[in-house]
Design a protein around this ligand. Sequence first.
Ligand code: SF4
Length: 402
Amino acid sequence: MDRGRSLGRGRLSGPAVEALYGRSLHMSASRMDQVKRCHFGYFMQYGLRAKDRRPAGFEAPEIGTFIHYLLENVAREVKIRGGWAAVQQPELRQLVREYTDRYAREEIDGYQEKSARFRYLFSRLRTAAYAIVEDMAGELAQSDFSPVAFELGFGGKDGQLPAVTITEGDQRLSVSGKVDRVDGWLHDGRLYLRVVDYKTGKKSFDLSDLRYGLGIQMLLYLFTLEQEGRSYFGYPIVPAGVLYHPAREVILKADRGIQPEKLQLALQSALRRSGMVLSDPQVLRAMEHSALESPHYLPIKVKKDGTIADGVASAEQLGKLGRYVDRLLHQIAREIGSGSIDADPVAHGPQDRACQHCDFAAACGFQEGRGGDRVRYIRSVDPGEFWKFVEEESREEGSPCR
Ligand code: SF4
């Protein structure tokens, strides 16, 4: 076994790739990320369909569903009542209470029969829900952008827009999924859109990850909206950015029994967004009226001389980023099609490796340097390096258009 492993893990043959994955690859965003995180992990999860053993509970996916339900319903009510600037805190809290209770009654199977502890924990979610809704209200009350869609689907049975599809050789790859929220601003006959995602855990928008092909899904949806969104929204679309909203982490903190005073403090910093927005001053002002002086919600910094640093991209840069994301999709299709099962986990540092969060560690037996096993360290890049890299990548030939 050891001798065999020292020769490496090999590659899947063409027929094996086809038998395991088919010719048409249907992917979710998390599946796409898994390819880039570790090829052996991808093979275990989606080729062999090995199962992890996590206990069931009110965990991230359920929390995500709850947040979507709450925000979508509260936003609809707020619109009916005159918009975010017209609805005050007591009314907002009343709406949060109403929809949290309704969710428990109508969406959680046998809520009344659940343990007292479960019901107590669920009721605690309200504290965090208040903070998330009030934060969103604060942001939208002084913005010309407003939500134009919640849970907008790409592909799948109920997607409003088609799946993102590319063809690489004789392999077809289509990515389907949902965007948590899309905000729009209609200006001069064009609809500026930004995609908002409520993130799980501590994950934030990270240029270094993007450089390695990780975390591209929101950008992928943004650029697909640019191409396909006109038929759905009725206007030419201008991509205006992506924002990552750490709402689920806030809810999880509340769920873990943190003291209310500490929770309040934790919420303020935890709700800070990350992301990338269009650098056009008019658009930034439309997103947040004080963006060019003292941005509170946008992930940008204004320097003393008034220039904007971090978190922005010009329209030209976004165009190049679109081509880069497109190339990555082709790369992912090629990597799967070539039968790669390398154990090549990414790592942000020795203490932060994909293996530490991997459900297949025991079966995999990764050993750095044995056979082809190797860690790929994600080097941090500054915005200058990142854009230079994207420029070079987007210039290279050989990527068929989507
Ligand atoms: S343990 Fe590490 S190398 Fe093995 S499958 Fe998981 S991430 Fe990949």
